[in-house]
Design a binder for this molecule. Sequence first.
Ligand code: ZN
Ligand code: MN
Length: 510
Amino acid sequence: MDEPNAVPVIGLEIHAQVLTRSKAFCGCSTAVADAPNAHTCPVCLGHPGALPVLNAAVLRAAVLLGRALGSDIHPRSAFARKHYFYPDLPKGYQITQHREPVCTGGTMAFVGSDGTEHDIRLERIHMEEDAARLLHRGDASLADYNRAGIPLLEIVTTPAFTSAADAAAFMRELRRVLVYCGICDGSMERGSLRCDANVSLRRTDGSPGTRTEIKNMNSFRAVERALNWEIARQRALLKGGKAVASATLLWDEDAGEARIMRGKESSADYHYMPEPDLPPAVVTQEHIDAADASIPELPLARQRRFLEKYALPALDAEVLTAERSIADYFEDVVRHLTAARTDSDAGAVETGMRTVPAKFASNWIMGEVLRGMREAGLSSPPVEAARLAELLRCIGDGTVSGSAAKRVLAAMAESNNAPEEIIDRLGLRLLRDDDTLRAQVREVLNAHPKQCAAFYAGKEKLLGFFVGQVMQRSGGSADPKRAAILLREALSRHGDEDANASSPSGKGES
Ligand code: ZN
Ligand code: MN
């Protein structure tokens, strides 16, 4: 039964917390991080006789995601009770959708580990409620029911993945889609996005293997590690002539291994039954139209557009579209820069900005802006798009050097003042007053006759030396590009004067 070529077959079940103000079936707040049990009521605590009412925002989110991914949206979908006994479930059952989910089918594209795009078919998307959170402290277990009744969308894929890396890449893409659509905050650390997977190995003769389920993967990295671990475990079993037993496993990220939570004998039988307290969820044409009107450009499409429209390198397009807010910010900055270009002053020095504004903006956002956000723990850029564009313009027209602009950006983040104001306050304005610059150029040339002579003899590299001298003389405020231009001018004139001046001595020698 050695099956070294058995192909992994992986399907994912993803739970996404819907961004709503109130819970799925009651009016309690969804601020789960507040004091434990601050947000509970008879409905989400499962008191007898309390009646659930579906939060319309949850249905809207389900329809939006379904429309974005091309699912079939069912005009009527039903709720069911999924029974099990555990302290995190005060009613003794979870309200979920079973036989009649709100969405079935649909596809989502993602870039696989081979670098090409794959389409993954979805099984279904359904609405359900979350369970409470249990905290285990030594011998005691504490229950926080803030999370009980939090609305979730469960997205189930077909078992279409053949590698752990692809499954993780899909998860990352789905996270982007959910965040772009404003459905979920996408935080795996905070538990707003969770992933379970089922794994089996299809044998070389095509016969399917026994599936196991793996749970508790709390990061994209954990998804990949856990799946690879389970694939290796199943391979080893087959290789040793043993069978894979149906089981549910819990991934332990610290240990880097999974533990068997329950085997087949104890596999849960949830005794699903229709939920008698909730009418079917009804999706109208208005729901569909509203969803269609609010579907954003999906992240992968936007990434492709960034490559083509702005001619950005692949890495830039990927980094800039990782978050919708950053992609929006980038396009805002480019829009401001492009507008600035049309009324640009003639004769301004040639800069990168004028030839490739998109890449110029991308460099600054990927570098300074994102780094600043990371370091300060911000979720949005520290300066407005229009302000960053103004600063980039200042670099472009030689008002400030690129390196000094980093200091200006840091100061802008604190004051939100205009970059020009800060440039002046910090004394970073490059000297572009030609009369002053010309005087300094003359001083430098007069002070270095030997270097001038060498320059005329063909050592053109000395221009850099002269620029350095002008910079020094100006205390760093000279615009080096402008200085270079004036130096060249002066050197050609200076050269003529020099030739005249040296001619008498030349005569004297003859
Ligand atoms: Zn409640
Ligand atoms: Mn579920």
